[in-house]
Ligand binder design. Structure first.
Ligand code: PEP
Ligand code: MN
Length: 295
């Protein structure tokens, strides 16, 4: 019996005809759309590594982390100026001041910025500062927000809802695409499964990476930081994500010398660990190119 509302991959041509390989033949069976963010290319074979703090807390904290991310050889800087927090009493981010700090960090490091937008009324403001707009897990099904970033000319990083199926995730991406913006990068960030919370924050769904690649031409990256919630798991999770075909990583980084981060401190890695992840991603890509050339 087929229960109405329950999606399977067979429903994808109906749910997301613009983005589904079966209905949009432009990228064939296995080509990825290349999404460019200020000189950084997602989906061209070379994995993109994004690093940065969970939240933009202050000028000094953000600049210290941005310098560490640059030194590590990463491609882009992340950091939330507007933070979706479980409690309204928790630190909510630094807002427009945080966006200004990100702009300063970009000027100094040259790293393009991705930052979250949570409110339709702020899409224009965030787009003025950011190179890429992030839709967080909690907002993956905020359809007016998806449509609004779809009307923006900025590329979008669409995180998977923490309890979203592949069909729901791609359906969300379709809302953005329907407005004419196909510059979308998907980001797996861990899902709620029975073991979530016992020994890790969420469960990193590695299997969804090849499933995404088979069903859509959009690039997909992985956020090992929120997926695990445990700093020591971030590096192995990053390697595993790349082995499963992820086209990039988004990692939370802290500069512990300048203080403990106010959000997500337990999952933050330092600059040296990020440098190892970048090195792994680069050398793996070179090995792949070499073996393809030899074949
Ligand atoms: C983030 O990346 O800053 C974030 C809040 O992650 P998520 O939306 O995946 O929880
Ligand atoms: Mn975080």
């Amino acid at each position: 019996m087929k229960i109405s509302g329950q999606l399977t991959v067979d429903d994808l041509p109906r749910v997301c005809p613009l983005l589904c390989r079966q209905t949009n033949r432009r990228y064939g069976e296995d080509q990825t759309r290349v999404v460019e963010v200020n000189g950084v290319h997602f989906g061209n074979g070379q994995p993109v590594v994004i690093g940065g703090p969970c939240a933009v807390e202050s000028h000094d904290q953000t600049l210290a982390v941005a310098r560490a991310v640059k030194r590590a050889g990463a491609d882009m800087l992340r950091g939330g100026a507007y933070k979706p927090r479980t409690s309204p009493h928790d630190f909510q981010g630094t807002g427009v001041e945080g966006l200004c700090i990100l702009r300063i960090a970009r000027e100094e490091t040259g790293l393009p910025i991705v930052t979250e937008v949570m409110d339709t009324r702020l899409v224009e403001q965030v787009a003025e500062y950011a190179d890429m707009l992030q839709i967080g897990s909690r907002n993956m099904q905020n359809y007016p927000l998806l449509a609004e970033v779809g009307r923006s000319s900025k590329p979008v990083l669409l995180k998977r809802g923490m309890a979203a199926s592949l069909g729901e995730w791609l359906g969300a991406a379709e809302y953005i695409a329907k407005q004419g913006n196909l510059n979308i990068v998907l980001c797996e960030r861990g899902i709620k499964a029975f073991a979530a919370g016992e020994y890790s924050r969420y469960v990193l769904d590695l299997n969804v990476i090849p499933a995404v690649l088979a069903n859509t031409f959009l690039p997909v990256i992985v956020d090992p930081s929120h997926a695990t919630g445990v700093a020591s798991m971030v590096e192995p999770a990053s390697r595993a994500a790349l082995e499963f075909g992820a086209q990039g990583l988004m990692v939370e980084v802290a500069d512990f010398a300048s203080g403990r981060p106010r959000c997500d401190a337990d999952q933050a890695i330092n600059g040296e660990t990020l440098a190892r992840i970048v090195k792994f991603a680069r050398s793996r890509h070179e090995r792949l190119l070499f073996s393809q050339a030899a074949a």
